[in-house]
Design a protein around this ligand. Structure first.
Ligand code: AMP
Length: 389
């Protein structure tokens, strides 16, 4: 999610710049001022409680604001992100926002502060007052609103400076220039995000070779648990020794070992653009583990791809591979091949179904040869990357 708060004194241009951001980034817009005005027009309980305060230029009580925000966020759980205009306006509201974001498993990406001086604010609001019909756009109330801003709202900046997500923009520039500056900030935020792909497919579907080629083309880190386990054995690490003895006694490698390896890989890969996971998660338990690991790194799954190949073609490919040099230890007999296909069916297909509900799955027709499939899968990845920007 991309969550942005637009900050600045009344008249800084938050409403105008919000229009630009919503259009470009399809964020869900939350203006506490607009919501309060609607409550007042509809004469609701909340509206009646806030009316006289707002008309005098004061701030509505935090209790009212938290109800409004929580309700709006809860009603829009599938949004790509939220754009907050006029919130948070007090220190308490900054804590409220932090708590609400945690509840949604996300966080505020940045707070963009539009800087304009008091006289400019007054000038703009008086002009707006000629047409806005807002009772609070007259000079006495405007001065009071600005005083409230100085006393209660400006100190909120410190909260975000401490968290390192405060960014200021000169709000006195032309509207288009302010939009440009804001856009550059958002683009920079987006470029920090990892693009994470989970790649599924039955054994023999070509997911390994497609995954490796995708990683190379899009500068992503390829994470395949099988080769990682082999590497540990080769390097004779402590984990490698454990894995070896498990292999020798024909046992499965337990999740806690696999998790350690993935964790190590995520930690070592600082500065990459994202990951392609292949062969993990294989089970529902592992899918929860992956969610947790990515979350710990402030990230999440961006795209899930499933390469589909008819069963007879899979068997034909695996059988052919078993007769070549690239034969894997698990390709050596029909019984082993069937067992792997069956494992995928019973343990991994439920994971794909879960992801389909959560993120939607991109299905790729994998029956033709490598280049053809690679073209299809590349196109989907590019679309996925574009929609994240
Ligand atoms: P705005 O449309 O953002 O300029 O807000 C208009 C008025 O609504 C403000 O002057 C406040 O009285 C009230 N208001 C809007 N948002 C908040 C908030 N987050 N906390 C308290 N009062 C608010």
């Amino acid at each position: 999610m991309l969550n942005i708060a637009l900050f600045g004194p009344p008249g800084a241009g938050k409403g105008t710049q919000s229009e630009f951001l919503i259009k470009k980034y399809k964020l869900y817009y939350i203006s506490t001022g607009d919501i309060l005005r609607k409550e007042i027009t509809q004469k609701t309980e909340l509206g009646l409680q806030a009316k006289s305060i707002i008309e005098a230029g004061g701030l509505a009580p935090d209790e009212i604001i938290v109800q409004i925000i929580e309700k709006t966020i809860k009603e829009n759980p599938d949004s790509k992100g939220f754009l907050f205009d006029g919130f948070p306006r007090t220190y308490i509201q900054a804590y409220i926002l932090e708590g609400l974001m945690i509840k949604l498993n996300t966080s505020l990406s940045c707070l963009i502060s539009l800087e304009v001086d008091e006289e400019e604010s007054v000038k703009r609001l008086l002009i707006r007052g000629e047409t806005s019909g807002r009772k609070d756009d007259n000079e006495i109330v405007i001065r009071n609103r600005l005083k409230e801003y100085d006393d209660k709202t400006r100190p909120v900046l410190q909260f975000y400076k401490e968290r390192g997500i405060y960014i200021s923009v000169n709000g006195k520039q032309k509207i288009e220039k302010v939009s440009q500056d804001i856009d550059a900030i958002v683009q920079n935020e987006l470029s920090k995000r990892l693009f994470n792909i989970v790649l599924f497919g039955y054994p023999g579907s070509g997911r390994g070779s497609q995954g490796k080629a995708l990683a190379k083309k899009y500068d992503l880190e390829f994470v395949a648990t099988g080769p990682m386990l082999d590497q540990e054995i080769k390097e004779q690490t402590a984990i490698g020794k454990q894995i070896k003895s498990l292999y020798e006694s024909g046992q499965l490698v337990p999740d806690q070992l696999v998790v350690q390896l993935i964790e190590k890989k995520l930690e070592k890969s600082k500065g990459v653009k994202g990951f392609i996971f292949k062969g993990f998660p294989r089970t529902l338990v592992q899918s929860y583990i992956l969610d947790g690991l990515l979350k710990k790194h402030g990230s999440s799954i961006s795209m899930v791809i499933d390469i589909e190949v008819p069963t007879l073609e899979l068997i034909r490919r695996l059988d052919a591979r078993s007769k070549t040099d690239s034969c894997m230890p698990y390709d050596t007999s029909t019984a082993k091949i069937v067992k792997r296909l069956q494992e995928h069916e019973t343990k991994t297909v439920p994971v794909i179904e879960k992801y389909n509900q959560l993120h939607g799955i991109t299905k790729i027709d994998g029956h033709s040869h490598f280049d053809e499939v690679f073209k299809l899968v590349s196109k989907e990845v590019e679309n996925g990357m574009k929609s994240m920007r």
